[in-house]
Design a protein around this ligand. Structure first.
Ligand code: PEP
Length: 255
């Protein structure tokens, strides 16, 4: 079984939730509950919560991530934040190309690629999100579409850099909707992503890449989803805002 070659990573995507004071409370609840995790635990918080998250998680097993980064180091890009800024703060992970960025903020496969390269060049671990809309699933193009998103996102990324890349398969129809992909659907697309990586980088690199599933993963369905051969963790939205639920998911990934 190749699953044992990969470290499971459970990452919370807080989206636009929690003020710094609220973040402090949630992290203080969470750190006790996940302290014995046998997987990597990441919380991707709003920019304004990064400082408090870094302080509150110091000395714990919880790592901190941002939810986006720009591809330039600095310059006239009002309201943007560069990877170098995140790195200097102590941030380790960054979500790239979340479907909400693609849908509401004009993110494209090309900008996802630029942001991925920029994050890697500053030593951040990008969590690259890909996934299809419901209409695309119904048209039967999910696998081709996701493979294309992966190929474009990774243009110029070396085999060595792939050790520091996480891919999150997130069917758009399952995000925040309560509709989860079945464990078979999630595994099927994750396996297709791994196949794409095999073609690009060879078998041994592909077998080492953590491929998460995201989309309404919760305390009830996590066990089944995370038991699948090609599901190496989860990107968790809603359920990451409740310490108890997030901890159940972390513990399911620790088995
Ligand atoms: C997400 O934001 O990446 C996500 C998967 O959200 P939810 O778990 O709420 O569907």
């Amino acid at each position: 079984m190749n699953k044992s070659l990969r470290k499971a990573v459970i990452a919370g995507n807080w989206k636009m939730n929690k003020t710094p004071a609220e973040a402090k409370v949630l992290i203080s609840e969470l750190k006790e509950k996940v302290k014995d995790a046998n997987c990597d635990v990441v919380i991707c918080v709003p920019y304004v919560d990064l400082q408090v998250a870094l302080e509150e998680t110091k000395g714990t097993n919880i790592k901190v991530g941002a939810q986006n980064c720009h591809f330039e180091k600095s310059g006239a890009f009002t309201a943007e934040v560069s990877p170098i800024m995140l790195k200097e703060m102590g941030v380790e992970y960054v979500i790239i190309g979340h479907s909400e960025r693609r849908t509401y903020f004009g993110e494209t496969d090309v900008t996802v690629n630029k942001r991925t390269l920029a994050a890697l060049s500053e030593g951040l671990i990008p969590i690259v999100c890909v996934g299809e809309y419901l209409e695309q699933r119904e048209q039967g193009v999910t696998e081709e579409l996701v493979a294309m998103q992966v190929k474009i996102a990774l243009q110029g990324v070396t085999a060595e850099q792939m050790k520091n890349v996480i891919i999150a398969y997130e069917p758009v129809w399952a995000i925040g909707t309560g509709k989860t992909a079945t464990s078979e659907q999630a595994n099927e697309v994750n396996a297709c992503i791994r196949n794409t990586l095999k073609k690009l980088y060879g078998e041994s690199v592909a077998n080492g890449v953590t491929i998460q599933y995201g989309g309404s993963m919760n305390a009830k369905n996590a066990d089944e989803l995370l038991s699948m051969e090609d599901v190496d963790g989860g990107l968790i939205g809603g359920a990451s805002l409740k310490a108890d639920d997030f901890a159940v998911i972390v513990n399911a990934a620790s088995k």
